[in-house]
Design a protein around this ligand. Structure first.
Ligand SMILES: [Zn+2]
Length: 264
């Protein structure tokens, strides 16, 4: 199917949706300049070994390593990266009542910065930091300020260990978060999958639930994905280009087919 035909099909599906779920992976963040764990982040990033900084045991046994990585690389990425038009289009779909919830594998908080609500972050995020002793919450700004004084930040209230609200390698996914994601796809009327190759659990699992319910699956990705064979339609390309075009096509079709005026 040509892209124009797929776009038309996706547009028709979305025009009728009121409980859509958007699922996003690293692809949409990469378009905002966020490198992936295994991706190509340049010299400073590759100085750090993800099997060390992203591992939960190492976070406790050698906190200096994680916090060096955070100070030198991660906090800069977070400060420098901004939502792209793909994030903005998702927010627009939400404002129009087409998309209800967003499930993301990304940990950068860009959906919220783009104004989206109801975001289920499967892997948490690196914008909020919890004290493991008293539960006091610190923002990214707090941490950046604290790291100017000391490499390993301590809780401002009690001096306890502060941990980013992110799922490390070796951590289990939060069961309530996973439950929320499962419920969202079990009751959605369409799933729009963006920038994920759908190779890992639970990313690979959630669209299967939708397929079993015989609801449409739209996959927008640059390159093929594991679940292309079950997609209702596939949109090949960048999220930051395809999604705004999709929103525009919805606007066009509503102009072409005006709702009948109510009788006077
Ligand atoms: Zn504390």
């Amino acid at each position: 199917m040509k892209l124009a035909e797929s776009m038309e099909m996706a547009s028709k599906i979305l025009a009728d949706a009121t409980k859509g779920v958007v699922f996003t992976g690293a692809g949409i963040s990469a378009e905002s300049g966020v490198p992936t764990y295994r991706g190509h982040g340049g010299a400073t990033w590759s100085k750090y070994d993800p099997s060390r900084y992203a591992n939960i045991d190492n976070f406790f046994s050698e906190p200096e390593y994680f916090w060096s990585f955070f100070k030198e690389v991660r906090s800069r990425v977070l400060s420098d990266c901004h939502p792209n038009p793909g994030h903005g289009a998702i927010t627009e779909l939400q404002k129009r009542g087409i998309v209800h919830r967003i499930i993301t594998q990304n940990i950068d908080g860009l959906h919220q910065l783009a104004g989206s609500q109801n975001v289920i972050e499967l892997h948490g995020n690196t914008r909020f930091f919890d004290c493991l002793d008293c539960g006091n919450v610190h923002s990214l700004d707090d941490i950046v300020k604290m790291q100017k004084e000391t490499l390993v930040p301590k809780c401002q209230a009690c001096g306890g260990v502060v941990k980013p609200r992110v799922v490390f390698f070796g951590d289990a996914l939060d069961s309530e978060t996973l439950q929320n994601a499962t419920e969202a796809v079990a009751s959605c009327d369409v799933i729009l999958i963006i920038g994920s190759t759908l190779q890992v659990y639970p990313a690979a699992q959630l669209p299967i639930i939708v397929a079993k319910r015989k609801k449409p699956i739209i996959i927008a990705n640059y390159g093929s994905t594991e679940l292309d064979p079950i997609a209702t339609c596939r949109l090949e390309g960048k999220a930051s280009e395809i999604l705004p075009a999709l929103v525009d096509s919805l606007s066009d079709s509503s102009t072409n087919n005006p709702k009948p005026e109510s009788p006077k």
